[in-house]
Design a protein around this ligand. Structure first.
Ligand code: MUC
Ligand code: MG
Length: 382
């Protein structure tokens, strides 16, 4: 029987191509916790656990993800059967409460190892791929309307993206609505415009905001109010034509059931990390489908590794009606994969190898390693 031998983590800090201005934080780099699981037969599985803006987005930080894995999850899983991913998931749930991103990082590496040993992609383990490429959104969050407009027009021109998610909620509602309207006017029918408030609005702000946004031609608003205000989000979902999408409120299948049964969203932003792994995310998908909700493949702005893991699941889902935002690697000055994920014709391609379908570029991982001890080469030398 192949066993789990060793679980290792490394934290990488990778600068972003520009400042990424969100309502709760401005990102200039992204931090990912990478997991390597070494199995007794010599096989290897890789995973990623990533959050956004330190502790400003959710209750897990890169440091807590690493500590949950090293201190609690790794000792519990060491010596256990490598192929029994469900048993490992249940054990993680028993020894660690919450900490879904940490669990997801390990679970991805377990699926990756299993897929590689079986010689098949993880999508096959979830019933098989039905999409080879999927539409992919880009987030406009430079902090300036002019820069965002130039960025959007270039993305359309180069056929990289025509779905745009604008990060708003930092300025006044009136200024934010004017910003969204200016971008929608500039892209016209060539682009879909959506916004993410990241919980910044009060219910009163949101009443004005949703009215203004839908008048401006914006199609969707993501997590307008704090996740604990489910009743407020239900009211907004019922009152406005613009689609309301649940994000931060959706931490796994139990939340999905609560939101669906209270009709507090039109669309689920399904995130592998936030759900607690690929399997839990598949359960969120199933609840969304059963409730007749729209589905969207969300991101925690992962590197290519976490992005590939998400693609393995979402390529098996019949209808992702709002597409994906699996563009994380494109926001980084350099991705850490041996072969980058491909983006073209407004879509992201699903990697076709075994496991999650990608391998790390170990030199780049070493270069961005927060704890590197060796003197730093230049990126060109790497
Ligand atoms: C979020 O809240 O959805 C996704 C894209 C992006 O720019 O930030 C994220 C997080
Ligand atoms: Mg969001």
């Amino acid at each position: 029987m192949t066993k789990i031998d060793q679980i290792e983590t490394v934290v990488v800090d990778v600068p972003t191509i520009r400042g990424h201005v969100l309502s709760m934080a401005t990102m200039r780099s992204q931090t990912a916790v990478l997991v390597r699981i070494r199995f007794s037969d010599g096989s290897l599985g890789i995973g990623e656990g990533t959050t956004i803006g330190g502790l400003t987005y959710c209750v897990e930080s890169p440091e807590s993800i690493q500590s949950a894995i090293e201190t609690y999850i790794a000792p519990a899983l060491k010596g256990k059967a490598a192929d029994d991913v469900n048993t490992a998931i249940q054990l993680m749930d028993k020894v660690v409460r919450g900490n879904r991103i940490a669990k997801a990082a390990v679970e991805i590496a377990l699926w990756d190892g299993l897929g590689k040993r079986l010689g098949m992609p993880v999508s096959q383990l979830f019933g098989g791929q039905v999409h080879v490429r999927m539409p992919v959104a880009w987030t406009l969050a430079s902090g300036s309307s002019e820069t965002d407009i130039a960025e959007a027009l270039e993305m359309i021109e180069t056929r990289r993206h025509n779905i745009f998610k604008l990060k708003i909620g930092k300025r006044s509602v009136r200024d934010d609505v004017a910003h969204v309207a200016a971008i929608k006017r500039a892209v016209g029918d060539a682009g879909s415009v959506r916004v993410d408030i990241n919980q910044a609005w009060s219910l009163h702000d949101a009443r004005w905001g949703l009215k203004g946004l839908q008048d401006a031609g914006c199609e969707l608003v993501e997590q307008p109010v704090q996740s604990r205000y489910v009743e407020a989000q239900r009211e907004l979902t019922a009152k406005y034509e613009i689609a309301v999408m649940a994000d931060e409120v959706l931490n796994g299948p139990e939340d999905a059931l609560a939101i669906a049964s209270r009709a507090a969203a039109d669309v689920f932003a399904v995130k592998v990390a936030q759900s607690g792994g690929i399997k839990r995310a598949s359960e969120v998908v199933a609840i969304g489908q059963a409730a007749g909700l729209g589905l969207y493949a969300g991101t925690m702005l992962e590197t290519g590794l976490g992005t590939a893991a998400a693609l393995q699941l979402f390529c098996t889902v019949e209808k992702m009606s709002w597409g994906t935002e699996l563009f994380g690697p494109l926001l980084l000055i350099e991705d850490i994969l041996a072969e980058p994920i491909k983006y073209n014709d407004f879509c992201v391609e699903v990697p076709s190898g075994t496991g999650i379908g990608v391998a790390l570029d170990e030199d780049k991982v070493a270069y961005f390693d927060r704890d590197r001890s060796a003197p730093r080469k230049t990126l060109e030398e790497v």
